[in-house]
Write a protein that binds this ligand. Structure first.
Ligand code: FAD
Ligand code: MLT
Ligand code: ZN
Length: 472
């Protein structure tokens, strides 16, 4: 059967795009965090939607499960196959054409394998901003961003990947191509299929292309780092910026002292320019379409007001682009610093801003009482209520033993708190194979059953990324 399948794939793809040797498959088999390693019958590398459709038809006929993969930067193991060795990985990395930049419509039509940073650069060459921005942008791909509904650092102003998407092209589970490549900002023709596929993590269809929104490039951006003493004043500061800067506020990222301790340790060249390791360091960015002076004066006025009302205790404004970039690098390297430190227990959660203060103080206290010495590495996109609330073992502890013994109860404690605050157990990273049980426990029974019905309707043979998101 395996040989038959591979012979038939050979009629669709040149054999150099059908990887079957262990060494060739290896880079596709383990997730970015090294949490999951699977096996695969083959890694398939199509270059057109028609080839993807032909592969899916073949898989439907042979009941072969497909694991779609983009840049393989996902943090929940969604792009890693299981241990059976019977699944195929479908990598979209050769589908990297930008089909069109429609200047009048302010949209870009592009294939799933386009790397996010390349899209930003191509848009900028035409005077446009493509606002999706995240630490993995040098290797993640737009198909993966859409499949995970990625968030990142600009969500508070431009929304998540879903909000940036106007149209999709998708290969369905029976190998048909749905052409929804319309760059429309209004389209009320029944159920929104696009919204079903965005965020479905490869379980409902293979995204082969998309139409995404573009925005005018700002004339000027100003970036500042400020020190706050507690979370309540940080939220009050966010509200102040929201009131005074309104849509000019494009970034509001929070980093705790413990998060930046890891930066000091692993990337000392990126040290925090704020003196004295404040409890909270906040990275704030304003973007303006009027003038340099306009935004600079506005930023200075807001910071002055914040200092006077004692919401902040210190501030450094980036004096040039390179310093602004260094602020962002410090923020974006926390994930890498954590990966170098040791495996930690990650929680990518959202809490309504009104409950955030309570969540942090109560959860910190519970965790510290139950697990003395643990380090709470809490940072995130505070502007949209998204915390990366990670728990690392005590310094010097055997992290493998710690995580094995405590992973489940730590998750349960934190997700219980999230539920009490009406939050979400996955803000932007998705579910993949990591959070299937948590999703079942926290999504609510009715919603979970509806999700299963959708999966069964769109993928009745269960060949698209089985056992991801849902346990089926
Ligand atoms: P992959 O990892 O390859 O796949 C992710 C999921 O999508 C899998 O389930 C896969 O099967 C599915 N998939 C991929 N392509 C397709 C397709 N064409 N059709 C259907 N399904 C598909 N995420 C955020 O949201 N915000 C952040 O700020 C952020 N920062 C990060 C920083 C670092 C350093 C790292 C390593 C990751 C970060 N991530 C972040 C997570 C990750 O980058 C995003 O989830 C990203 O969107 C994944 O894209 P990818 O191309 O790597 O997808
Ligand atoms: C981030 O905001 O840096 C990412 O979501 C990655 C992470 O949570 O580690
Ligand atoms: Zn994030």
């Amino acid at each position: 059967m395996n040989q038959d399948f591979l012979i038939q794939v050979g009629t669709i793809l040149d054999l150099k795009y059908v990887l079957t040797e262990d060494a060739d498959k290896a880079p596709y088999l383990t997730d970015w965090r090294n949490r999951f390693t699977g096996r695969a019958l083959a890694v398939l590398l199509p270059s057109t939607s028609a080839e993807v459709a032909a592969i899916v038809k073949l898989c439907a006929g042979t009941k072969t499960a497909i694991v779609p993969q983009g840049g393989n930067t996902g943090l929940c193991g969604g792009a890693t196959p299981d241990q059976s060795g019977k699944q195929v990985i479908l990598s979209l990395k050769r589908m990297k054409q930008i089909r069109e930049i429609d200047v009048a419509n302010q949209t870009i039509s592009l294939e799933a394998g386009c790397i996010l940073q390349t899209i930003q650069e191509k848009a900028a060459e035409q005077g446009f901003l493509f606002p999706l921005s995240l630490g993995a942008e040098g290797s993640c791909m737009i198909g993966g961003n859409l499949a995970t509904n990625a968030g990142g650092t600009n969500v508070l102003r431009y929304g998540s990947t879903r909000d940036l998407c106007l149209g999709l092209e998708v290969v369905t589970a029976n190998g048909e191509i749905w052409n929804g490549m319309k760059g429309l900002r209004k389209d009320n023709t029944g159920y929104d299929l696009r919204d079903l596929y965005v965020g479905s993590e490869g379980t409902l269809g293979i995204i082969t292309a998309a139409v995404m929104k573009l925005y005018p490039l700002p004339i000027s951006q100003w970036t500042t780092l400020v020190a706050t003493q507690d979370i309540s004043s940080t939220i009050a500061l966010l509200n102040l910026f929201q009131q005074r800067a309104t849509s000019l506020l494009t970034g509001f990222e929070m980093m705790t002292k413990e998060s930046l301790t890891l930066i000091d340790k692993h990337f000392p060249q990126m040290a925090n320019p704020l003196k004295g390791s404040p409890p909270f360091t906040i990275l704030i960015e304003l973007s303006d379409h009027e003038s340099e002076d306009h935004v600079k004066q506005l930023l200075e006025a807001i910071l002055e007001e914040a200092l006077e009302s004692e919401l902040i205790t210190d501030a450094v404004i980036a004096s040039n682009l390179s310093q602004a970039n260094s602020f962002w690098h410090m923020r974006e390297h926390i994930t890498l610093a954590q990966a170098q430190e040791d495996a930690n227990l990650k929680h990518d959660i959202t809490i309504p801003l009104s409950s955030l203060s309570r969540f942090i103080s109560e959860t910190d206290a519970l965790i510290k009482a139950k697990y003395p010495g643990v380090r709470i590495i809490n940072f995130g996109h505070l502007g949209d209520g998204n915390l990366h609330y990670n728990v690392a073992p005590p310094e010097g502890a055997d992290f493998i033993a710690f995580n094995a013994a405590n992973e489940k109860p730590v998750h349960e404690l934190i997700y219980g708190q999230v539920e009490l605050c009406n939050g979400s157990i996955s803000a932007e990273h998705g579910v993949g194979q990591l959070k299937i049980e948590e999703l079942r426990a926290h999504k609510g029974e009715v919603a979970h059953e509806l999700m299963k019905s959708i999966k069964k309707a769109l993928d009745p043979q269960n060949i698209l990324n089985p056992h991801k998101v849902l346990s089926i």
